[in-house]
Design a protein around this ligand. Structure first.
Ligand code: PAF
Length: 279
């Protein structure tokens, strides 16, 4: 595996690559969710490039930028084991040089749900992914469905700016108990991880309610709320059912393919998850 530690090295290495390119952007601290993105890329593309960059612009004041788990040596070993072709490990000045003009793209979706609770978060994600795409210039980008709103916003950006890259959305990878994998799970103890699986149980209850014929948004939402253990999850930031295609909240009856999106606080850690409610 080649490693590019700056843009000069990246350009050099990219020039020597033959064939098409799949790209997996990450913030490191890699887990099986990332590995599944990498393996999907390797199946479809001649070469797979992974980036690791903990992007400061997507963290708000008081969020966990400083303590975000960083595991570079272990990540490099994991990527070598999975035979990734190229790892891009930029510094902040490679991604955001002084003369860099931010891309102007926004969507009303950036201020909803996660965006309402984390102002500026999606603007930071848009900036970094646009910049990484312009540096790496891949044919495909691999993104996880766990960050469903991020996936939607980035797909809109790529579509509306007609960027020449295809989005590949990959399934959520879960622990055996259902907890969705996330680098932030590193903040949870072993017992916490068992308890946090109540989130997925709640999502499954909502899906079962929906599948049994309840199309009422309130009834399906209540199935989630009623089935999670309130002694474990004391704060629900949001539970929302949105139309899968437009991300507009379903009011009243769920009459198109939908997604239930949830964000809860588990101690001092925020966890997000979602489940598809398909007709
Ligand atoms: O999902 C993530 O890990 C990040 O938001 C991303 C897409 C790598 C941008 O920093």
């Amino acid at each position: 595996m080649e490693i590019a530690k700056n843009n000069f090295e990246l350009n050099d290495l990219l020039q020597n690559i033959n064939g098409n390119l799949g790209f997996v952007p990450t913030m490191g601290s890699l887990h099986e969710g990332h590995i599944s993105l990498i393996e999907s890329s390797k199946k479809l593309f001649d070469n797979t490039v992974v980036s690791i960059f903990v992007n400061p612009t997507q963290f708000g004041p008081g969020e966990d930028f400083e303590k975000y788990p960083r595991n570079e040596n272990n990540d490099i070993a994991v990527l070598k084991r999975h035979k990734v072709d190229l790892l891009y490990l930029p510094s902040a000045s490679d991604v955001y040089p002084n003369d860099y003009a931010p891309i102007s793209f926004t969507s009303p979706l950036t201020n909803k749900l996660e965006g309402a609770l984390r102002p500026g978060h999606f603007d930071g994600v848009i900036q970094v992914v646009y910049r990484l795409l312009s540096l790496v210039n891949p044919d495909g980008i691999f993104l996880g469905k766990k960050d469903a709103q991020q996936l939607k916003i980035l797909s809109l950006m790529i579509d509306q700016l007609t960027l020449p890259v295809k989005v590949h959305a990959c399934e959520i990878i879960r622990e055996n108990n259902g907890l969705a994998l996330s680098s932030r799970n590193a903040y949870l103890s072993k017992n916490d991880k068992v308890s946090a699986s109540t989130i997925y149980k709640g999502l499954l209850s909502a899906k079962a309610e929906f599948r049994s014929g309840s199309l009422d948004t309130e009834v399906v939402t209540a199935a989630f709320i009623d089935s999670i253990d309130p002694s474990i999850i004391k704060n629900i930031d949001y539970v929302s059912i949105v139309d899968q295609a437009t991300f507009t909240p379903t009011n009243g009856s769920i009459n198109s393919d939908a997604l239930m999106l949830v964000a809860v606080r588990f101690g001092s850690t925020r966890l997000i998850d979602n489940i598809e409610l398909t007709i």
